[in-house]
Ligand binder design. Structure first.
Ligand code: NOJ
Length: 589
């Protein structure tokens, strides 16, 4: 018997008795779960903002669908796959940069913010994509790369042309230490690029250093210059007028640097590029970042449709993350890197982090993801080599049943895995060349979408796609997985439908239960009279649990399963038995 049921079939199957008198959580567990369900419900913001119950899907345009046979994905390709996304249950797509770019950082080095790179198509293709997406109720979120431009952007070309060019101060220029007419001296301080080595690049023509947090070809904009604000606000206006639903703001915590230019403190050890590790103390998270976020918010809020702002900001803790919400006047969805970076299946760790964000001081909406174009895919990070498919489904349940806005990465719904280049000669991403073999770059998580089992996976008609098709595409692809009701794809589809159909999953509050369980992460979602309970066995051993629902004052006489893993058992008294990495989602009635 297939263990995935349709939503309707699931509600018709066995009703399970609820245990009475299950153990109350221990004092220490209560401490880690400070909020009661009643309090959590009170804290729930009201309103019907679409981004609260949307599922966002990240598309890396080079790799999603090629429409013209050049081996690189494009806008027409994305448009041709909108039905697929709609059918899957996606509400919004975030497209990583497809603006003109020399492509050193594969689009994150932008040379024109208000155009489309011909590699991806034309502005007409873009307008058509937005219009077709709208017909399917899918919103389009753009990438707003705000910290730096390409060194080929006309602003930078002007800035570097002479010291007295009007755009000189649009970027961060400094004299070297000990510089003379004949000697460039040393970089102004020890700041390091995230991508290795000094963050300062000597410019011979004007004999100064410019600052770049990322690649040398990505000079940082100077956000202390009001003209930069005006120009970048104009970029927001340009895309808002074309009907986009909002922006994902790149590298936002890196916008400002210490005016005193103090050296960053060193940390023990060396990175993959051979540099001494440093703490980016004087280049990250300066308070002025929040002024910019407020400004971005005020620009997009001039437009209808409740535009959304999502930030990439790998904040060190929930307090820093919570600041990104401001007083409801900054971003609605700061991505939660704490949760994305757990990197091991650990019920206590996930419980702790979900409790923290659930109770964040700003009462902000959480935004969860486990994979993106910068980090190895979740299939590899959480898989144990034995139960990887089962674990992929477990992670899907976690991502799609917790309160917050989930953000998926193309292909995660198939169990796409990271496929790193085997040889340095094959690497595209420059950090993979610089850090080889310790750092192989990010090509592995950017391989083409796996549509079918043909040699080019249905991605392109070219014999050589820009990155090779992973061998796993022969089994893990849309065509094959659609036919299999037990596939990872079918699991995602079922869960996405559940999330839409069950008000508790869509909008409900969330509170952890069974807080002292070292292996099972369990929580309750509640909206009005609707209650759903979720239990996730994060261990390689079968687990028996008794759901401590009454600790949250939840009354009910039966559990109606909505989703459960193979070999799921219950003796009718809420003795729930979960197989290794098994999951269970049920309605309480
Ligand atoms: C974050 C982006 O996600 C990453 O791909 C890029 O390299 C850096 N920001 C620099 O823009």
């Amino acid at each position: 018997m297939h263990w995935i049921k349709s939503v309707l079939a699931a509600t018709a199957i066995c009703a399970l008795g609820l245990s009475i008198g299950a153990p109350a959580p221990t004092a220490s567990a209560q401490k880690s779960a400070p909020t009661s369900i009643a309090q959590a419900e009170k804290d729930q913001p009201t309103g019907s903002e679409w981004w609260r119950h949307a599922v966002i899907y990240e598309i890396y345009p080079r790799s999603f669908q090629d429409s013209n046979g050049d081996g690189v994905g494009d806008l027409k390709g994305i448009t041709s796959r909108l039905d697929y996304l709609h059918d899957l249950g996606i509400d919004a797509i975030w497209i990583t940069p497809m603006y003109p770019s020399p492509g050193i950082d594969y689009g994150y080095d932008i040379s024109d913010y208000t155009a489309i790179d011909p590699l991806y198509g034309s502005m007409t293709d873009f307008d058509n994509l937005v219009a077709e997406a709208k017909k399917r109720n899918i919103r389009v979120i753009m990438d707003y790369v705000i910290n730096h431009t390409s060194d080929q952007h006309k602003w930078f070309l002007e800035s570097r042309s002479s010291r007295d060019n009007p755009k000189r101060d649009w970027y961060v220029w400094r004299d070297g230490k000990g510089e003379t007419a004949t000697d460039k001296g040393q970089p102004p301080n020890n700041w390091q690029s995230w991508f290795g080595h000094s963050a300062w690049q000597w410019d011979e023509k004007t004999r100064q250093y410019y600052y770049h947090y990322f690649y040398v070809q990505q000079p940082d904009l100077n956000w202390r210059n009001p003209e930069v604000h005006a120009a970048m606000d104009g970029v927001l206006d340009f895309w808002m007028k074309r009907g986009v639903a909002g922006f994902r703001i790149d590298a936002v915590s890196r916008l400002y640097e210490d005016p005193q230019m103090r050296d960053d403190p060193y940390l023990p050890g060396h990175n993959a590029y051979g540099d001494r590790n440093i703490q980016h103390k004087y280049t990250d998270d300066l308070p002025q970042v929040h002024d910019v976020l407020k400004e971005v918010r005020s620009v997009v809020d001039k437009y209808p449709g409740d535009p959304v702002l999502v930030t990439e900001a790998d904040e060190p803790n929930v307090q820093a993350l919570a600041k990104m919400y401001g007083n409801g006047d900054e971003v609605q969805l700061p991505m939660d890197f704490q949760i994305a970076d757990v990197n091991q299946l650990s019920a206590p760790r996930f419980r702790e982090l979900f409790n923290q964000i659930e109770n964040n001081s700003a009462h902000g909406q959480p935004e969860y993801f486990f994979s993106n174009h910068d980090q190895p895919r979740q299939w590899d990070r959480y898989g144990d080599g034995v139960h990887n498919d089962q674990i992929a489904k477990l992670m899907a349940v976690l991502e799609l049943t917790t309160r917050g806005t989930p953000q998926m990465y193309y292909g995660e719904e198939l169990g796409m895995r990271t496929t790193d280049p085997a040889r340095i000669e094959d690497v595209h991403d420059p950090i993979g060349k610089l850090g080889w073999p310790k750092e192989k770059g990010r090509d592995g998580e950017r391989t083409p979408m796996q549509w079918d089992s043909s040699s080019e996976a249905g991605f392109t008609t070219a014999s050589k796609p820009w990155l090779p098709i992973p061998p796993s595409a022969s089994k893990y692809n849309v065509e094959a997985e659609k036919k299999d009701p037990d596939s990872i794809f079918s699991t995602y589809k079922l869960l996405l439908a559940l999330r839409k159909n069950e008000s508790a999953l869509r909008d409900g509050s969330q509170v952890s239960i069974n807080n002292d369980d070292p292996d099972v992460f369990a929580y309750v979602r509640k909206s009005g009279d609707e209650t759903v309970v979720v239990a996730l066995n994060m261990s390689a051993k079968p687990q028996k649990i008794s759901l401590a629902l009454e600790s949250q004052g939840i009354q009910g006489s039966k559990l109606v399963p909505l989703y459960y893993s193979p070999n799921f058992r219950s003796d009718g008294f809420a003795r729930i038995q979960l197989e290794p990495f098994g999951a269970f989602v049920a309605k309480v009635q």
